[in-house]
Design a protein around this ligand. Structure first.
Ligand code: CA
Length: 228
């Protein structure tokens, strides 16, 4: 199983990332400061480290440099997180040896795509290929492609993330608020009509008759449910 260590002292960010990576099928370890991170990296040798720059004790840049100098763990892929977004910070992040760099606030879909991309590039690492199926709909999470029968669906990034989230929870009702949090992210300040609009677009692409859907079912007063 692919193991990912998340290093972040902000609890809400840590929990959201951990939750979503677990949903993707990864084993998740967490650390809340730089020293703890180094210890876990040496002991558990995770397949990927998601490392916030701003950390107590030892910041992310220092952690990254220490890891790169330790032959036992030097090739560990690292994705750096930071709230700052200037070009020079990006240079600092990549100079310190990070494989990729994500600026907060970020979209979960984009973050997960970066995780997959970095894992794919990592030499000698297992690639988690996850395919979800429900009826005639297939979603390839690793390739970020969706199909109806053999026909590839042309979905926007959000439509893809929404379909994947519904299909991961087949048969279960997801409330609009839950969908907003999971697909749009914890820092998204939209309202739940955003979900309805994207559901409508998705139905037009995957249903025989969008006004009588058989895949994405409306559960009145609650939310939506995917049926295969
Ligand atoms: Ca932080």
């Amino acid at each position: 199983m692919t193991t990912i260590l998340i290093v972040e002292d902000e609890e809400t960010v840590l929990e959201t990332l951990a939750y979503n990576l677990r949903q993707e099928g990864y084993k998740v370890l967490t650390a809340e400061d730089g020293e703890q991170a180094i210890e876990i990296i040496r002991r558990k040798k995770p397949d990927l480290v998601v490392l916030d720059i701003m950390l107590p004790r030892l910041d992310g840049l220092a952690v990254c440099r220490i890891v790169r100098k330790d032959p036992q763990v030097a090739s560990t892929p690292i994705i750096m997180l930071t709230a700052r977004g200037t070009q020079s910070d990006k240079m600092i992040g990549l100079d310190s040896g990070a494989d990729d760099y994500v600026t907060k606030p970020f979209e979960l879909g984009e973050f997960l795509a970066r995780v997959r991309a970095v894992l794919r590039r990592a030499p000698g690492r297992a690639v988690t290929s996850q395919v979800l199926t429900g009826g005639d709909i297939t979603v390839d999470l690793a390739a970020r492609r969706a199909y109806r029968g053999k026909q590839e669906l042309q979905l926007s990034q959000k439509e893809f993330d929404l379909l994947a989230e519904l299909m991961r929870n087949q048969g279960a009702v997801l409330s609009r608020d839950l969908i907003l949090t999971r697909v749009w992210g914890y820092d998204y300040y939209g309202d739940s009509r955003t979900v309805d609009v994207h559901i409508r677009w998705l139905r037009e692409k995957i249903e025989d008759d969008p006004s009588h859907p058989t895949h994405i079912i409306t559960v009145r007063g609650v939310g939506y449910r995917f049926e295969g």
